[in-house]
Design a protein around this ligand. Sequence first.
Ligand SMILES: Nc1ncnc2c1ncn2[C@@H]1O[C@H](COP(=O)(O)OP(=O)(O)OP(=O)(O)O)[C@@H](O)[C@H]1O
Ligand SMILES: [Mg+2]
Length: 343
Amino acid sequence: MPHITLRDVTKTYPPRSRGGEAVTAVDGVSLEIERGDVFGIIGYSGAGKSTLVRLMNGLEPVTSGSIDIDGVDIAAISPRRLRHLRQGIGMIFQRFNLLRSRTIRGNVAYPLEVARVPRAERARRVSELLEFVGLADRADAYPEQLSGGQQQRVGIARALAADPAILLADEATSALDPDTTDEVLELLSRVNRELGITIVVIAHEMDVIARIASRVAVMERGRVVESGETYDVFTRPRTDTATRFVRTVVRALPEGDALVELRKKHEGRLFTISFTDEGVSEARVFGALARAGVDFNLVHGGVDDIQGRVYGLLTIAVRGDEQAVREAIGSIGSGVTISEVTA
Ligand SMILES: Nc1ncnc2c1ncn2[C@@H]1O[C@H](COP(=O)(O)OP(=O)(O)OP(=O)(O)O)[C@@H](O)[C@H]1O
Ligand SMILES: [Mg+2]
């Protein structure tokens, strides 16, 4: 049974003013999120991502459709059971939402105080959590004395306090610089790997998804327009929206002015070569060309790591006589898609 199942979920907000229009923020979304998975949700601003996570943790009711967690429809349970269920769902936010007047220790202890966990156990648990996120030595500092990445790690420790089975991360790295983003994503991966927690990551940066999520759903105007394994969506996006997101990470093949520039700069015939990780590597491609004895160079693109798997999208310029170029290209072998750039 999936950990989280959404069936035809819709959320419509009533008009904000008289004569205003109702907003359908989430429109017929169906998703299955497996236990222990890291599931990414990507989309532009206003796509409905945050609304979807608020529905998932029962913070707001759905307008129609259903959300099951562990097979239980969260709309059908008593407020008391819903409160209990919500304790099993941790949440982290873009702005960290730490209490400024409390120390780091105090912030992580907060949910445990609310849950009336006895003092000694609370202290033990807080130490353990701060150790886990690597901030044991900052326990007595205040949030404003910490960097953004450290603050988000406190946010993660706090979200883990109640021992959740699910962690919802809404733009958890959007306010961070690239290095701190790495640090937080690495911690989230550990949370998933070592604690087995199911993580739902909302992002509008595709590289965040590429690094952490094994599956992804692309949202647009309240709908899921594409979903699947992250690697598949990256290597074979089917919708324009997914393609645009993918191109922010994997450089597109050159066209238009960029192509004209490349032709000016590089002599020879241009070929594009793409390959996935099924038996092909960059070394094999370049090795074959080198052995064939043609003069070549990489002019555009590269090889990306998506969920630990390679995806190559290269444009190369090859120089030599007709016969030599044909043989060199032919020698790369199967598993790659090669085409000459003729435009
Ligand atoms: N409480 C609300 N009342 C009315 N409309 C809302 C409410 N919350 C969200 N909306 C609307 O629903 C749509 C989806 O908003 P949502 O915040 O879920 O998008 P998002 O994908 O999280 O965007 P962002 O990337 O900017 O965070 C937007 O048009 C938004 O204005
Ligand atoms: Mg949002």
